[in-house]
Design a protein around this ligand. Structure first.
Ligand SMILES: [Zn+2]
Length: 426
């Protein structure tokens, strides 16, 4: 049977409801769904007999017997999320509730042309699938998080002419070509899966909403300091905000020091990206060392070898290295200026710091909190909480998997094969 809207015997409606709202009692399901009670009952019995949903006992609120609720069986389907970063690739397989069952960490993807992107992604997917004994026929969704500009409506990924090559480790195809490709469509055609593509900060923001510190918030901004960039995932009015063509949250190109700031790859001077990103930290420390300032990093890293990383700078700052502490302090101060602008513009309830800003032992958190308090309008700053991400570097991969699952349950794609392949337990 093909599951389609209006012709699914209530099955897709029921699955979608359980996915979105979580466990529910039989009477809630029978009362809430648009389909008739008879249709819902028949769909429920069919799903129970196939093991795609199950009954769980929940403790009573007060006196009385435990209640019985229906939920999606965790192993009814699986999703894969892969986040391609500049320094690492991280991939996860999750169950239908978003619990991580398998992780893979790998070197960054290196491509020589945009045409290699789908096969590069699918080879990572295959390595992950082969590292686990989970049944391949239950894989229904693949989420991909990348740098670059994503257009989720069109399913395309493009760079729009921004030179983006980073020391041979980033996606070489993006070097000033302005090329784009229908990545989601290509991957779906090659894999037979529901595919979602999303940029890193938005995937991370979605993960925080589903599994992290912003589960209860519908108005928040995920502010991410990456090794090469600074970006924001906007979650506004209960949904991801993507902008007109899938480009939004480019906070890294807010110009904060136009007169004497370093030159940015976008052509402007003094963008946030060249003041607060991981690369900016490294450049500032190297400049300090060349200027004769002593640093503990000289004992562990050769400043001319390229082995100095932003993570080492942050660790040295946390350990009390004066040069590194000052560099991180300055970067965090600029990030705070940008955060105050975002708070004034969007009036969020929460501001979540991710990437390097989340692993700095509170250095970024304190500066950003202070800047928001001092610079944003009082009516805004009084109502916003600045916090660190709770999901760490795995957030984008988990968010990508969740976005792909969302797509699967919205469209019903691939779910019909589960009904065909799941033997009846009657
Ligand atoms: Zn810029």
């Amino acid at each position: 049977m093909k599951i389609t809207r209006g012709a699914d015997g209530g099955i897709l409606t029921l699955l979608r409801s359980l996915y979105r709202t979580g466990p529910a009692t039989r009477s809630q399901l029978l009362g809430d769904l648009e389909t008739s009670r008879r249709t819902t009952c028949a769909a429920l019995e069919r799903l129970l007999s196939r093991g795609l949903v199950c009954e769980v006992r929940v403790p009573p609120q007060g006196l009385g017997r435990p209640a019985s609720q229906i939920q999606l069986s965790p192993d009814m389907a699986y999703a894969t999320g892969i986040a391609f970063g500049v320094t690492r690739t991280r991939a996860v397989i999750t169950d239908v509730h978003g619990r991580v069952l398998c992780e893979l960490e790998d070197n960054p993807l290196v491509l020589s042309s945009i045409e290699e992107l789908p096969s590069g992604i699918l080879s990572t997917y295959d390595r992950l699938i082969h590292s686990t004994s989970l049944p391949r026929d239950k894989m229904v969704a693949l989420g991909v998080s990348l740098g670059g500009f994503m257009d989720d409506k069109e399913g395309t990924v493009s760079i729009l002419g921004l030179p983006h090559t980073v020391e041979g480790t980033q996606f070489l195809w993006s070097e000033g070509t302005g090329k784009s490709m229908p990545l989601a469509q290509n991957l779906a055609g090659l894999s037979g899966l529901n595919v979602a593509v999303e940029d890193r900060p938005r995937a991370a923001a979605f993960a925080e909403k589903r599994f992290g510190v912003t589960r209860e918030s519908d108005h928040f901004i995920f502010l991410r300091v990456g090794s090469q960039d600074v970006s924001a995932g906007l979650f506004l009015d209960g949904r991801l905000y993507r902008g007109h063509r899938g480009v939004s949250g480019e906070v890294g190109h807010l110009v904060l020091s136009p007169d004497d700031g370093p030159l940015c790859r976008c052509g402007n001077r003094g963008c946030l990206e060249v003041l607060s990103s991981g690369r900016a930290l490294v450049q500032a420390v190297l400049a300090g060392i060349r200027g004769g300032i002593n640093s503990s990093l000289l004992l562990t890293s050769n400043p001319n070898s390229g082995e100095l990383t932003a993570e080492k700078v942050v660790e040295a700052a946390k350990a009390g290295d004066k040069l590194c502490w000052q560099v991180v302090y300055d970067a965090a101060r600029y990030l705070g200026e940008a955060a105050a602008i975002l708070v004034n513009l969007f009036g969020p309830e929460m501001l979540v710091l991710g990437g390097l800003a989340e692993s700095s032992g509170g250095l970024f958190l304190h500066q950003v909190s202070d800047a928001v308090r001092l610079r944003a309008l009082d009516v805004m700053s009084r109502n916003v909480r600045v916090v660190e991400s709770s999901l760490g570097p795995w957030g984008p991969a988990r968010g990508a998997a969740a976005l792909a699952l969302e797509k699967a349950f919205s469209s019903g794609g691939c779910l019909d094969k589960l009904l065909e392949e799941s033997p009846s337990r009657c």
